[in-house]
Ligand binder design. Structure first.
Ligand SMILES: [Zn+2]
Length: 405
């Protein structure tokens, strides 16, 4: 534990007690945002998954709040993360980020990122960070994908915790990439795949997709290349990547605990989008508004406890709500907060809206943000219907029972 840090926070705590009176909740001092790329909510144990994929997340957030019904604002990394960092669909590169807002408040800001695509528009992601530790291009693997492992992200994050000045609060953003394909967890984390009879290596970019490319014309949308055994094999490996990432994030949680940070920090963990995982022969993401791609885990723990009076919230939350919530907790409501962003402490219960019903005005909307998929849908959706608005403003209602948009 860094004595200076504790002294600072104790001082803040006493000051707040004097102002607010003993027994009142105090704002968190430090802010930790963890995003795990490509993590589907229904593959997280806390969300009912039958496998123990996330023991560290489950343990750490058992004292926090689980948002059972959370969606990302987009099914694709770049718009989803840009919007998450700003709490707004209007995620222009020049719009203010959470890091900038916190930096203005005197926070030390740092990010450790495993995601090669952020190089394409670095200012959209790095703005406001004193240190933005993104992998170098030589950390991209032979598939052109990110190769900075969860272990490396955690190592760098833990080292950064020891460099923070003792007299300033901090904001730390960590982005892990391992559950993104190709699914190749370290050998220790391949237990879910024990006994698999599949001959596939698990690297579908070199095997399965190469095979698919060769028959693309005939196989498009047919999905027959992926046998049930292939699908299960790859899901096994995907789950192994989640378990591996969970284990490494557990080291960060332990580091926060050991430094006395957890008790006065706001810790948020979520994902940028899900993954189709072979349904109908489809993999990847960035392709639909189905729950496989949009539903993400969302955990919040503040000052060592839950964010709200309940451990589990069922109202529909969005990754867009994170910035609003952080700023509200710090006593700085977001100026001109976008109508779609909410304080997660004040979520209304989930309401299944009747479809179709007009233009969708007043509902929470989502937009993928990419030019090829620029469409909107109310965040509140039933299990059967989802409204989608094209760029021209025309609304249509899509059935989601078959997870098609
Ligand atoms: Zn992603």
């Amino acid at each position: 534990m860094a004595p200076g840090r504790l002294g600072f926070h104790e001082g803040i705590f006493l000051l707040l007690l004097a102002v607010a009176g003993a027994g009142c909740s105090r704002p968190a001092e430090d802010v930790v945002l963890i995003t795990i790329d490509t993590l589907r909510a229904d593959h997280v144990s806390s969300y009912g998954y039958s496998r123990a994929t996330t023991p560290e997340l489950d343990r750490f957030f058992a004292s926090g709040t689980v948002f059972e019904n959370a969606i990302s604002s987009a099914p694709c990394t770049l718009p989803a993360v840009k919007q998450l960092l700003r709490g707004s669909f209007e995620a222009h590169a020049e719009s203010q980020t959470l890091a900038e807002r916190l930096h203005q408040r005197g926070f030390v800001t740092g990010a450790v990122v495993s995601q090669h695509q952020f190089y394409k528009q670095p200012d959209a992601y790095r703005r406001g960070f004193d240190r933005f530790d993104i992998q170098s291009l030589d950390e991209v693997d032979q598939h052109g994908m990110t190769a900075r492992t969860a272990r490396e992200v955690s190592n760098r994050a833990i080292a950064w915790l020891d460099e923070i000045p003792s007299n300033r609060p901090f904001f730390l953003w960590l982005h892990y990439f391992d559950p993104h394909d190709p699914y190749e967890p370290p050998a220790k984390y391949r237990g879910f795949d024990a006994g698999s009879v599949s001959a596939r290596s698990g690297d579908r970019r070199t095997d399965l997709e190469q095979e698919k490319r060769s028959t693309t014309e005939r196989a498009r949308d047919a999905g027959y290349i992926f046998t049930p055994k292939d699908v299960q094999h790859l899901i096994n490996l995907y789950d192994g990547e989640i378990l591996y990432t969970d284990s490494e994030i557990g080291r960060v949680f332990a580091a926060l605990d050991a430094r006395g940070i957890t008790s006065h920090a706001l810790v948020v963990l979520t994902s940028d989008h899900g993954e189709r995982l072979g349904r109908g022969g489809h993999w990847d993401h960035c392709a639909s508004l189905g729950d496989e791609e949009l539903r993400v885990p969302l955990f919040v723990r503040v000052n060592g406890g839950p964010l709200t009076g309940r451990r589990r919230e069922t109202g529909q939350a969005s990754t867009l709500d994170v910035v609003s919530t952080v700023l509200a907790l710090l006593g700085t409501p977001q100026e001109a907060a976008p109508a779609v962003a909410r304080d997660l402490r004040k979520l209304p219960p989930t309401v299944v809206p009747p479809w179709p019903s007009g233009t969708g005005a007043g509902r929470r909307a989502m937009r993928t943000g990419s030019s090829s998929q620029d469409r909107e849908a109310p965040g509140q959706s039933s299990t059967r219907w989802r409204a989608i608005r094209s760029r021209s403003g025309t609304w249509r209602v899509a059935a989601t029972r078959r997870n098609r948009t």
